[in-house]
Write a new protein. Structure first.
Length: 372
């Protein structure tokens, strides 16, 4: 069996480690953080992602703390008119084999971490250099490691991607995102048990809500155009009053959600173009390292989890690493490119009619059985 090193201990890296162990490998994860904290607020796991996680054996644990939105609803910003309502909950499980789950991101990370034995994750390992000879040498400043295969799962600012293909230059969209979590009992509006998207007067303005913690909390995500603010971090405090002012013309139910927010975090949104290739054997990328998504289809984590499963299956199917990585890329490149570009357009499931067909294309994907 080849020695496999994963750079990055986020959702994609830990999912890859769990999938590779299921396939019989013994990967090592190198994470730059000194420890795992309760970072981030939400994650929306659509049925395609939950099906992949069910195959890793952690689905039951996730269901213990997650909410199961009953519907995916689109509403018009000023009138409140519903333009689409897609059944989720039990109907999604019947249709796709797994439900939609919305939960705290830290709960998913904790479940993935518990799926791995002690010693798999090495903390405090920030990649500073990578070179390839007969094997891959990884430099972490105060320590080094080597591996036969390296997987860059180190996120949107991937050091592995930079080592392979040079620095990338993302384009600022001029759109800023706000996010908050509030107690469900603090606001009296309908559909708090569902994923609801309020479509604004332009593509840059929208408000999304969905339940967390078995419905005890509500996650709020909103975007506005703000060309001067460019911080990409998700942990920068924002101005609640400024956000409310941007939504002053919205329906009263939408405004009530923002009035209930005591504080918000703020981040600028950037777009990246799809990469034409992810691998330079024996090194490859997955998740945000190779196809970072705009958040409008909630598929960033889902695509990373799918990548992890398909990559593990390709490495198990082909003893030759170069062949395996080519098979992995061939299986994933078109799908992730389509989702990455569609996420930019921010029109997915806005109207009824073809909503079920569009949802089937995303939610119906089965990473465990797609050809490699």
């Amino acid at each position: 069996m080849p020695e496999i090193a994963i750079v990055g201990g986020g959702i994609g890296g830990l999912a890859a480690a769990a999938a590779l162990r299921k396939a019989g490998f013994s990967p090592v994860v190198h994470e730059q953080a000194g420890g795992f904290g309760r970072v981030g607020a939400d994650i929306n796991l659509t049925p395609n992602a939950v099906r992949a996680l069910d195959g890793l054996g952690i689905g039951d644990e996730l269901r213990e703390t997650a909410a199961r939105p009953k519907y995916r609803i689109s509403r018009t910003w000023d009138t409140g008119e519903e333009t689409s309502r897609l059944p989720m909950g039990d109907e999604a499980e019947r249709r796709y084999g797994s439900p939609q789950l919305t939960m705290h991101r830290a709960d998913l990370l904790a479940a993935l971490e518990r799926a791995l034995p002690d010693g798999v994750v090495h903390l405090g390992h920030k990649l500073t250099g990578l070179s390839t000879t007969d094997s891959v040498s990884l430099d972490f400043g105060s320590s080094t490691a080597s591996a036969d295969v390296v997987i860059g799962a180190d996120g949107i600012h991937s050091a592995v991607r930079t080592a392979l293909f040079g620095a990338e230059h993302p384009e600022f969209t001029g759109v800023v995102a706000y996010r908050a979590v509030l107690p469900a009992g603090s606001v009296d509006v309908p559909n708090l048990d569902s994923f609801t998207k309020w479509w604004g007067p332009d593509p840059d303005t929208q408000l999304v809500t969905f339940p967390l913690n078995r419905g005890a909390d509500v996650f709020v995500f909103a975007t506005t155009r703000q060309s001067q603010w460019r911080h990409e971090s998700w942990t920068t405090p924002g101005d609640v009053a400024e956000l409310r002012e941007a939504y002053r013309g919205f329906h009263p139910e939408a405004r009530a959600l923002l009035e209930a927010c005591d504080s918000v975090l703020q981040s600028a949104l950037y777009v990246r173009d799809p990469l034409p290739t992810w691998s330079s054997s024996p090194v490859t990328l997955l998740g945000d390292a190779c196809h970072p998504m705009m958040p409008f289809m909630a598929q960033g984590a889902g695509m990373a989890i799918e990548d992890s499963v398909v990559l593990s299956r390709a490495l198990a199917a082909y003893p030759n690493t170069e062949v395996a990585l080519k098979a992995y890329q061939a299986a994933r490149l078109d799908r992730t490119r389509e989702v990455q570009l569609a996420s930019r357009n921010n029109s997915w499931l806005k109207q009824s009619g073809s909503s079920s067909t569009a949802a089937d294309a995303i939610y119906g994907y089965d990473a465990w059985h797609t050809p490699v």
